[in-house]
Ligand binder design. Structure first.
Ligand SMILES: NC(=O)c1ccc[n+]([C@@H]2O[C@H](COP(=O)([O-])OP(=O)(O)OC[C@H]3O[C@@H](n4cnc5c(N)ncnc54)[C@H](OP(=O)(O)O)[C@@H]3O)[C@@H](O)[C@H]2O)c1
Length: 330
């Protein structure tokens, strides 16, 4: 099969298409023909070994100390099941599915555990829309619902509100009943208004840290703010959640134990139940896929460079097989 591979850490052009062995599904796995996959900040971080601060060492230990252990990136995809392992009971050949696979989605085929974060693709979603969801929307759901435990009527600030995670965080915070202030750069007003933001802050014109006791929760998806800057913008008891945390944020979390405000550091989960929770929100019209751009498979290195620039408006999609605009056959 064709796969986008990288064999050393480096810039976007280290990623290139090559022949790679087609994975054989294990007894509890399905083989998915990938129609569309997302290219995300996780792919950029793994490809460039761009882990923030002291996370460099655990990051390298995870992906390979001197060179990548797994040459095919790609955390999230949508496609069609073309083979099932002997013990598979939940899925069948021909079914459209989407999910979070961790790595390996930037290829024509990927083998996925049937018990993993994999669900049937709702008829209303194209493959590109489905592939757009698992990385950003799952992260946003877990951080807002479980880590921050956002309650109806709370004031929530999303920093990086138009990005790969932020575009979903804005919608999910709204769906949880919050009043949402969305921070992004110039020209994002229409997008953010459409995603439900109550107030929009252009970070080039207004410093979100200048607010006083305004927010119950600050979710910074970019690493553009710190707790010492934001603590006076939080209400007493308010919570600062940086997605992109470093050793400094760990120290801030310790210091915040003696403050009126709080800091929580976490990593996002990926479960089939949460994907189903997301598809329910989509069915109710509370959340939609936000696609920044679509790239043909042979231009995946350009998609990587685009993601690395950190100004995506939603999810970047690479189209791997024909059928990315395909919905279920009538
Ligand atoms: N802890 C976890 O488990 C976890 C899970 C998922 C992601 N992450 C991390 O979270 C981070 C966010 O990922 P992402 O995919 O959402 O990133 P992204 O798509 O690159 O985010 C881009 C967003 O950041 C905004 N932005 C850029 N500079 C800004 C600034 N100075 N102030 C405010 N906003 C600014 C952009 O707005 P404009 O384009 O308008 O400038 C855009 O909205 C990544 O570092 C990723 O590694 C962590």
């Amino acid at each position: 099969m064709k796969a986008a591979i990288y064999t050393r850490y480096g810039s976007a052009d280290t990623v290139h298409l090559a022949e790679h062995p087609t994975p054989a599904p294990g007894p509890g796995q399905v083989l998915v023909r990938v129609h569309a996959a997302s290219v995300t900040t996780a792919d950029w971080r793994m490809r460039a070994a761009a882990y923030p601060g002291i996370l460099w060492l655990p990051g390298r230990l995870m992906t390979g100390l001197f060179k990548p252990k797994q040459p095919v990136l790609g955390t999230s995809m949508a496609g069609e099941i073309v083979a099932t392992g002997a013990q598979v009971t939940r899925f069948r050949t021909g079914q459209r599915v989407f999910g979070f696979v961790g790595s390996g989605a930037h290829a024509e085929y990927v083998a996925v555990d049937e018990d993993g974060a994999l669900v049937e693709t709702p008829e209303a979603l194209t493959d590109a829309e489905a592939a757009a969801l698992p990385f950003g929307a799952l992260s946003a759901l877990v951080f807002l619902r479980d880590v921050a435990q956002v309650q109806p009527g709370q004031d929530v600030l999303i920093v990086g509100a138009s990005g790969g995670v932020g575009a979903y965080a804005t919608q999910i915070a709204k769906a949880l009943g919050a009043r949402v202030t969305a921070v992004a750069g110039p020209g994002r007003e229409t997008l953010l208004g459409g995603l439900g933001a109550d107030r929009i802050v252009n970070y080039r014109e207004e410093n979100p840290a200048a607010a006083r006791q305004a927010y119950d929760v600050v979710l910074d998806t970019v690493g553009a703010t710190t707790w010492p800057e934001m603590r006076r913008a939080l209400k007493p008891g308010g919570l600062f959640v940086p997605l992109n945390f470093t050793g400094k944020d760990m120290l801030h979390a310790l210091r915040a134990r003696f403050d009126k405000t709080r800091v929580k550091l976490a990593v996002s989960g990926d479960t089939a139940d949460d994907l189903r929770a997301l598809t329910d929100m989509i069915g109710k019209g509370e959340v939609r896929a936000v696609i920044d751009s679509r790239w043909p498979f042979d231009r995946i290195a350009e998609a990587h460079a685009h993601v690395e620039a950190r100004h995506s408006a939603g999810t970047v999609i690479v189209e791997i097989a024909r059928g990315t605009s395909h919905k279920a056959a009538a």
